[in-house]
Design a binder for this molecule. Structure first.
Ligand code: NAI
Ligand code: MG
Length: 394
């Protein structure tokens, strides 16, 4: 196999801390790759009016494989105010570069595995009837449609006349007819049949390959009859090709309640963009939270892997750094899986599991400490020490 080239995009804040640590782990596991730096994030917004510069897009187009840290996003007025003076009032509009990347390359399949590592003190526990507790093993993999739905960006405040006219065709819009357009904010939820089919098929294929017994479509078809309805309808059709796997259906609200009741019962979960974001964060919370949550954004050609967390700016400047790099390691393992390096991916996950289980080297989150410079003196490992422990285990 040709030596892969990975576009490395640390981005902002702690992305710049955890990504280099992941490269050390990839080296240690013997992954032979070339790395090229892709520029992305807030400083490129400020200086160029574009948080995802064209040169980075070109690198991804060329090499098809990306490892991404995190970016900082800020609300509209703040983003506009921070643009360098020469770029102010020139019509630049901030758009999250990771969302842009997903849309630009059609990275429509988002995979977020949420598996508990035995011995992680952050794992969810549940009370039992006799007053004790049990720790269910969570092994859920969320397939989130990544490019459509409420994150597609088709939205308005004070919608233009033609949009209002179109909406007026719908009988239910009568309820809003008297609202002045300036007081109307509208976000659309657009699903396409093709994208529904792709995410559902990806979920079933994964379930078959990895031995999951069920695929759960987690939407809200009783209310969102058109969009969630389409997802359910397509799932039923596609299920015909996977008779060995059960198809379940849950509503997002009920699913969030069942999260703490019987999370061990769920395997593969498929959802649209917003509900997938919600349910994957929910499951991630059961298995250690942001320090452990990794995801892959996969298109037909390009794939980008990232921890789910953001840039955590309040921890960026701490020296030594304290954040947990595990999510970034798990994202790197997903990248290895994606290109067929499954043995190396497994070695990384096994090394993480061993370090978690041994319990000697733990970042502040696993020590249940509020984050801050003093966590090291309270026994937490630094980001570097945790990486060293994983590498030593490898
Ligand atoms: P965040 O994920 O950056 O941090 C939230 C909190 O989670 C942190 O304060 C910290 O307590 C904890 N945390 C995060 N990563 C951790 C790690 N590796 N180890 C231990 N604890 C960790 O989310 P927040 O504070 O809401 O957003 C900060 C910035 O990140 C914002 O500008 C936001 O827009 C951006 N963001 C970017 C994302 C991305 O790049 N995909 C995703 C989420 C937020
Ligand atoms: Mg999220």
């Amino acid at each position: 196999m040709a030596k892969p080239t990975v576009v490395v995009m640390p981005g902002d804040g702690i992305g710049k801390i955890v990504l280099p640590e992941a490269l050390r782990v990839l080296d240690a596991v013997g992954f032979d790759a070339d790395y090229v730096q892709g520029e992305i994030g807030w400083e490129f917004w400020i200086n160029e009016g574009n948080a995802l510069p064209d040169r980075t897009v070109e690198l991804l187009e060329q090499h098809k494989l990306g490892l991404f840290g995190a970016i900082t996003s800020k609300p509209k007025p703040q983003a506009a105010a921070e643009l360098k003076p020469e770029l102010q009032d020139k019509g630049y509009v901030y758009f999250s570069p990771i969302v842009s990347m997903r849309q630009r390359f059609g990275l429509d399949i988002c995979i977020r595995p949420c598996r508990s590592f035995p011995g992680n003190p952050l794992n969810f526990i549940r009370r039992t009837a006799d007053g004790g507790f049990m720790e269910p093993t969570v092994d859920a993999v969320i397939f989130r449609q990544n490019t459509e739905g409420m994150y597609a960006g088709v939205e308005w405040t004070d919608p233009p006349e033609q949009v209002l006219q179109a909406l007026n065709q719908h009988s239910k819009f009568k309820a809003f007819a008297d609202t002045p357009p300036g007081d109307l904010a509208i976000s659309t939820r657009i699903f396409t049949r093709g994208a529904c089919r792709r995410i559902i098929t990806a979920g079933f294929e994964y379930a078959r390959k990895h031995g999951y017994k069920s695929v759960t479509v987690c939407e809200k078809p009783n209310v969102l009859r058109e969009t969630s309805g389409m997802m359910e309808e397509e799932a039923k059709k596609i299920h015909a090709d996977y008779p060995d796997i059960e198809l379940w259906s849950t509503n997002i609200d009920a699913q969030m309640m069942w999260l703490t009741k019987n999370p061990e019962n769920y395997g593969v979960i498929v959802a649209g963009n917003l509900f997938g974001d919600i349910v994957s964060d929910g499951f991630a919370g059961l298995v250690g939270g942001l320090g452990f949550a990794a995801s892959g954004n996969i298109g037909e050609e390009v794939a980008v892997f990232e921890p789910t967390h953001g840039s955590a700016p309040k921890y960026f400047e701490l020296d030594p750094p304290i954040v947990n790099p595990t999510a970034m390691f798990l994202a790197s393992a997903m990248l290895l899986d994606h290109i067929g390096e499954t043995a190396k991916a497994g070695q990384i996950r096994d090394a993480v599991a061993a370090v978690v289980k041994a319990g000697k080297v733990r970042a502040y989150d696993m020590r249940m400490l509020p984050g801050g410079a003093d966590v090291i003196s309270k026994g937490a490992a630094s980001t570097i020490q945790l990486t060293d422990a994983v590498i030593a285990t490898l």
